[in-house]
Design a protein. Structure first.
Length: 133
C-alpha cells in the first residue's frame, strides 16, 4: 500500500484545500474588512502545495520547505483566533453579550483547523524523514 507519510500528506493537502474553500466563502461574506483576512489565502495554499509535493514525491528529498510552511500555517491558526476574538469584541455589546456574539460573530474554533492540519503535516514530514533514513 501507500506509505503512511505519503497518505497522511495527501490527506493534509486535501484538508487544507477544503478548509481554504470554507475560509474563502466566509471571509468573502465578511467583506474582507481587515487586511489580515487575506492571510489565509497566502500561507495555507503554500502549505497545501508542500504537502501535495510530499505526498507525490519519493522520500529522499529535502523537507525543510514543507516543515517551514506547516509551522507558519500552525502559527496562523493561533493568530487567527486572536483576530476572531477581536471581531467578537467589536460586535454590539462585545464580550458582555457573548452568548449572542459568539454565534453571530467570527467563529472562534475555525482558525485552529489550520493549526490541526499543520500539526498533521508536520507529523507526515517527520514520518517521511524517518522513512528516508
Amino acid at each position: 500500500g501507500l506509505p503512511a507519510a505519503r497518505a497522511l500528506a495527501g490527506l493534509v493537502a486535501a484538508g487544507l484545500v477544503g478548509t481554504l474553500g470554507e475560509v474563502g466563502l466566509l471571509h468573502f461574506r465578511g467583506a474582507f474588512q481587515h487586511r489580515a483576512m487575506f492571510m489565509p489565502f497566502v500561507v495555507p495554499p503554500v502549505a497545501a502545495l508542500a504537502a501535495a509535493q510530499l505526498a507525490l514525491s519519493r522520500p529522499s528529498g529535502d523537507r525543510r520547505w514543507c516543515r517551514w510552511s506547516m509551522r507558519v500555517t500552525a502559527v496562523l491558526g493561533f493568530v487567527g483566533v486572536a483576530f476572531h476574538a477581536r471581531g467578537i469584541a467589536r460586535q454590539m455589546g462585545g464580550w458582555r453579550n457573548w452568548s449572542q456574539n459568539v454565534l453571530s460573530g467570527p467563529p472562534l474554533p475555525a482558525p485552529p483547523s489550520f493549526t490541526a492540519l499543520a500539526i498533521a503535516g508536520l507529523a507526515a514530514t517527520a514520518l517521511s524523514e524517518g522513512a528516508a533514513r
